[in-house]
Structure formats: structure tokens, C-alpha cells
Design a protein around this ligand. Structure first.
Ligand SMILES: Nc1ncnc2c1ncn2[C@@H]1O[C@H](COP(=O)(O)OP(=O)(O)OP(=O)(O)O)[C@@H](O)[C@H]1O
Ligand SMILES: [Mg+2]
Length: 545
């Protein structure tokens, strides 16, 4: 019902004694009539009647039709998507917000590729949010793969899910990068075109990861003859043995077979030596002191993709050894993605089950910091996986991690990780970081203010004398495309709080358990059931997605 009063055209009336002193209204000009009082959509109109210019969105709760049937007709569809893992409560409406890259891509068609980029300052709950996604996705039959847990943050969750944790580090366990993901065991099971495709895939992955290891110690990209020598040596080794190792690749180049000589256009021994000495020295460094026995192939970690969750744990490598850590992370990613490629090839040939995977690349900044060219290698590794039933999440502290790389091409590649991600999830960030980020993903003024607010430090509590939790802990904004972000708060369930405490050394009792009031037992917003319900609804496979 319209209650507004239109301005009407007033004809000049006959002058009375007072009107003679007032300026005469111009003839024919509309004059606004006094507002009539009445009930409008925003309350009673008119001065002092209490009409409001801004109407708050009413709070929303979600329940099953059994729980809320008596409330009809006030039950309504939610503004936030109800597809995927229940993540938390909408900060404005209180509605449950669901989401994960796999469900948004496969079930809702909201994003064009099943990927997610998560940024927030340290300690604000990034890994905790990803763990919640892992728990929910496991209930949907998806296998989480934590590709290189550096803390280890995910070990308790993976173990609680009945998954496998593989330790990687000096003297603990290694990875054979010449047999990424145990493809040597898969290739003989295939025939014809499928076998050829997987062999080519293995070669690409071998080149990427070995090239990256050599570049890390050389501090420069491989030049053309070096890359050719490596590629030809891999061809020779793959043809000669089922499962080669890194020392064998170096031995093939040292032996100077005719195929490599002619590939690098070396006519004499001296020329060959001059062209390959750099790459052979780099092999020496990778295989000896610097990287220890991590990549010699003697201890090889095999990932069993039949497990409910998997986590190669690289926490035995100290953070300060950034090159080794970067190399180990790259090797983990290659191994994990290659194992998925192998399982997918078997599924396509009808020799294995079709599975879906959620790969987590947490602490991306550690890998980017390891050396130049890492952004390029990460880009290659992630691009090789589009066609598999694989969703992934990259996690880092800020857009500055991506923008502070020394080379312009690395910065562009790294910015592409966010640009191409289907979902971008942001927690608290500083104003400066937000500037860099809004160049990559559009943010409204209100969204920027909210994220900057979450980025502020916790205040000192005068009663306890301790610092309160930072205001942004567990608060995130989910952006999908250019749409307005969905702000949400993650509240830990009692089970999650028991598993999670990456600040354990500092607070032996999890901070969230100290105040029982902040622990969500899973009954208030439906987020506590870890995605089981959502899984039952949306966990059907169909074809690959
Ligand atoms: N929603 C939440 N409610 C209460 N406590 C939380 C929440 N999320 C995380 N925490 C607690 O905050 C601490 C840091 O969490 P987490 O490790 O997930 O942060 P992070 O952002 O991944 O940190 P980093 O950048 O160091 O990796 C942990 O002790 C965790 O238990
Ligand atoms: Mg973390």
C-alpha cells in the first residue's frame, strides 16, 4: 500500500491581509504539501512519530521441518547458500552459512572451478576453518589431503577421522620425486592410450618437481641445455626401469649417453661437461648435505588414497630452514596430486573407484618464500589437476605474501592464485594488506571496514589481566565472484575445541574451553554436526562432479 503524498500544483489564492506580506509563490511551480501522518512501511511517518530510515534484517534460524513446522508461515528461504559444509552463523542474520569449494562447484554451480583462497592474519582461525571443511567433506565421502602439514595442525583431526599421517623430514621419512605418487605401480596396470597419457603426466610432474629442487639450490632457472639434459635423462630412465630414483637421474646425465649429447648439441666431451656441470653440481647439493636423505628415494612415502584422510606431516623440518621446507612442500604437493592422477586414471579405466579429494595447501607463504620461481612451479602443479575430481584450498596470511615476491612475473603468477580461486575467504587483515587485496578482488567500503576491524589485536582485559581473544578470531567473509561477501562466525563444537589448539604451548587449556560459554555444543546453529546432514543431502557423485 502506498502512503506517500505527492507534491501537488497549488494555484495562487486571493490575497488576504497576511498573505500580502509573504512573497507570492511563482505561478505554476509545484509546492510540497505537508506530509500526512500515517503508518508507512518504516513506521509512523511525520515528525516525532518514530519512523526509522533503516530497517534491520530480522534474525534467522535454521531448523528441520519437524522443528519449525509450527512457525509457518514465518519460515522462509535463507539469503545465504545452504549447500556444503555448515561453516558458522551469518553475522547479521544469524542464519547458518554453508560452503566449501567442492559443494559450491559440484552441487550449487556457484563457482567455475572447485578452489578456494583463504587469507587472514596469524592465529585468527584459518586452519580451524579448513579443518571444519575437512570434517564436513569427509562425511560427504570426499578424502581430505593435507599436503604438507607444517605445524602439525591437522594431525589430531586426521587421526580422529581415521586417516593416515606420514611424517617427512631428515631421518624420519622421504619422498621419491622420480616416482611421484607411486605412479610406477599404476602405469603397468593400464594399457593403450590411457597408459600413454599417464606416462606423459608422470614425466611432466617429474620435470616440474626435480626442476624446482635444482633451481632452489642454483638460485636461478635452469637454462635450455640443462632443462633438455634433465628431460632426456628422465626419458631414458623411465624407459629402462620401472621406478627410478634421483641419484639414478644424476647418474644418467653423468654417463653422457649419445641421446643427451645430441639433444644438448655437444660435439665434444668438454662441451658436454661445460653444459651439464651446473645441473650436476645442483644434483650433488640436493642429494647430499642440504636436503639430507629426503629425496634420495631410499625412504619413499606411499599415500594410500583409500584412507579417509591423509596428511604428509613436514613439521619435523624447522621453519627456519625455508629452502628445505619449500622443497618438501613442493614434493608433497607433487606426490599428492600425482597419486590423485593415478587413482583417477584407474577409475577412468574401470579399475578403481571414483573418488573425490580436497587438497589443502596451508601456509602457502612458506613455499613462496623458499626461492624464486616457486610461484611458477606452484602454478604448474595446480594447473595440472583441473580435470581430476579434486577441489583445493590455498591458505596464507595476506595478499602481501604474494605481492612481496622479488620478481614481477612471480608476483603476477601469485596474484593469479587469488584471481582464479572460485571462493575467496578473508579473515582479519590490516588496512595496508587490504589495499593490495582490493586490487585483486573487489571489496566494498563496508567489507573493507569489517575486515580491518577483525584484523585488530585483542585488548587487555582489566579483570583477568590477560589479553582477550582477538576480535577477528573465527570471523570470515566469504566472497564468491563479485557478489557481496557473506560475513560469518565460526563457533567451535566441543569436539573440535578438544582437537584444536595450535597455541597449546602458550595456553595448555584451549582458550575456547576456558570460557564454556563460547563453546558451541552443536545445537544452536546446526553447525555443530560437522556436515553430516549436509553430507547426507549433497554427497552424491553422479559423474566426476
Ligand atoms: N572459531 C574459533 N573460536 C575459538 N577459538 C578458535 C577459533 N578458531 C581458532 N581458534 C583458536 O585459535 C588458535 C589459532 O587457530 P588456527 O591455528 O586455526 O589459526 P591460524 O589462522 O591457522 O593461525 P596461523 O596463521 O598461525 O596458521 C587455536 O588455538 C584455535 O583453537
Ligand atoms: Mg594455520
Amino acid at each position: 500500500m502506498r502512503t506517500g503524498v505527492r507534491a501537488r500544483r497549488v494555484q495562487p489564492s486571493a490575497p488576504d491581509s497576511y498573505a500580502a506580506f509573504a512573497p507570492a509563490p511563482p505561478v505554476g511551480r509545484p509546492v510540497r504539501a505537508p506530509r500526512e501522518r500515517g503508518l508507512g512501511p518504516r513506521g509512523f511517518t511525520g515528525p516525532a512519530q518514530g519512523a526509522t530510515s533503516f530497517v534491520d534484517a530480522p534474525p534467522e534460524w535454521r531448523g528441520t521441518s519437524v522443528q519449525v513446522c509450527g512457525l509457518w508461515p514465518f519460515a522462509a528461504g535463507s539469503g545465504s547458500p545452504v549447500v556444503g559444509v555448515p561453516l558458522g552463523q551469518h553475522l547479521e542474520t544469524g542464519a547458518t552459512v554453508c560452503g566449501d569449494p567442492i559443494s559450491y562447484f559440484r552441487d550449487a554451480g556457484l563457482i567455475s572451478n572447485p578452489s578456494m583462497f583463504l587469507l587472514a592474519r596469524p592465529g585468527l582461525g584459518k586452519s580451524t576453518l579448513i579443518q571444519r571443511m575437512c570434517i564436513g567433506l569427509t562425511a560427504q565421502g570426499v578424502t581430505p589431503l593435507i599436503l604438507g602439514d607444517t605445524r602439525p595442525d591437522y594431525t589430531p583431526v586426521v587421526e580422529a577421522l581415521g586417516g593416515e599421517v606420514h611424517r617427512i623430514g631428515r631421518g624420519v621419512g622421504g619422498l621419491n620425486v622420480v616416482d611421484p605418487g607411486g605412479l610406477s605401480a599404476v602405469i603397468p596396470r593400464l594399457t593403450g592410450e590411457a597408459r600413454g597419457r599417464l606416462e606423459a603426466d608422470r614425466k611432466g610432474r617429474q620435470e616440474t618437481v626435480i626442476g624446482a629442487l635444482l633451481e632452489l639450490v642454483l638460485h636461478r632457472p635452469l637454462d635450455a641445455p640443462e632443462a633438455t639434459a634433465l628431460s632426456t635423462a628422465l626419458d631414458l630412465l623411465n624407459a629402462a626401469t620401472v621406478r627410478g630414483t634421483l641419484p639414478e637421474v644424476a647418474a644418467v646425465i653423468t654417463a653422457a649417453p649419445d641421446r643427451i649429447r645430441s639433444a644438448v648439441l655437444a660435439d665434444t666431451d668438454a662441451e658436454y661437461r661445460a653444459l651439464t656441470v651446473g645441473v650436476l653440481r645442483a644434483f650433488g647439493t640436493v642429494l647430499s648435505g642440504t636436503f639430507g636423505a629426503l629425496f634420495t628415494g631410499t625412504a619413499d612415502t606411499r599415500l594410500d588414497l583409500g584412507a579417509s584422510a591423509l596428511s604428509p606431516d613436514v613439521s619435523a623440518i624447522p621453519d627456519t630452514d625455508s629452502r628445505l621446507l619449500g622443497a618438501a612442500l613442493l614434493a608433497c604437493w607433487t606426490t599428492g596430486f600425482a597419486a590423485i592422477a593415478g587413482a583417477q586414471a584407474l577409475a577412468d579405466a574401470g579399475l578403481g573407484p571414483q573418488r573425490y579429494y580436497f587438497a589443502v595447501l596451508d601456509e602457502l607463504w612458506l613455499a613462496l618464500r623458499a626461492g624464486q620461481g616457486m610461484a611458477d612451479r606452484i602454478d604448474t602443479i595446480t594447473r595440472l589437476n583441473r580435470k581430476f575430481g579434486l577441489g583445493w584450498a590455498m591458505v596464507t596470511h595476506s595478499a602481501a605474501d604474494l605481492q612481496s615476491l622479488p620478481r614481477e612475473e612471480d608476483r603476477r603468477k601469485a596474484a593469479g592464485f587469488i584471481e582464479r580461486a572460485g571462493m575467496v575467504v578473508m579473515g582479519g587483515l590490516s588496512d595496508r594488506e587490504l589495499g593490495a587485496l582490493s586490487d585483486i578482488t573487489p571489496l566494498s567500503g563496508a567489507e573493507r571496514a569489517r575486515i580491518a576491524d577483525w584484523g585488530s589485536a585483542g585488548t587487555l582485559n582489566p579483570v583477568t589481566g590477560a589479553e582477550d581473544d582477538p576480535p577477528g578470531r573465527g570471523h570470515f567473509l566469504v566472497k564468491v565472484g563479485g557478489h557481496p561477501g557473506v560475513p560469518l562466525r565460526v563457533r567451535l563444537t566441543a569436539a573440535e575445541a578438544g582437537l584444536r589448539n595450535s597455541n597449546a604451548l602458550w595456553h595448555p587449556t584451549p582458550p575456547n574451553l576456558r570460557d564454556a560459554g563460547t563453546v558451541d555444543t552443536g545445537t544452536s546453529d546446526g553447525a555443530g554436526d560437522g556436515g553430516g546432514a549436509a553430507g547426507a543431502e549433497s554427497g552424491k557423485g553422479g559423474d566426476r562432479w
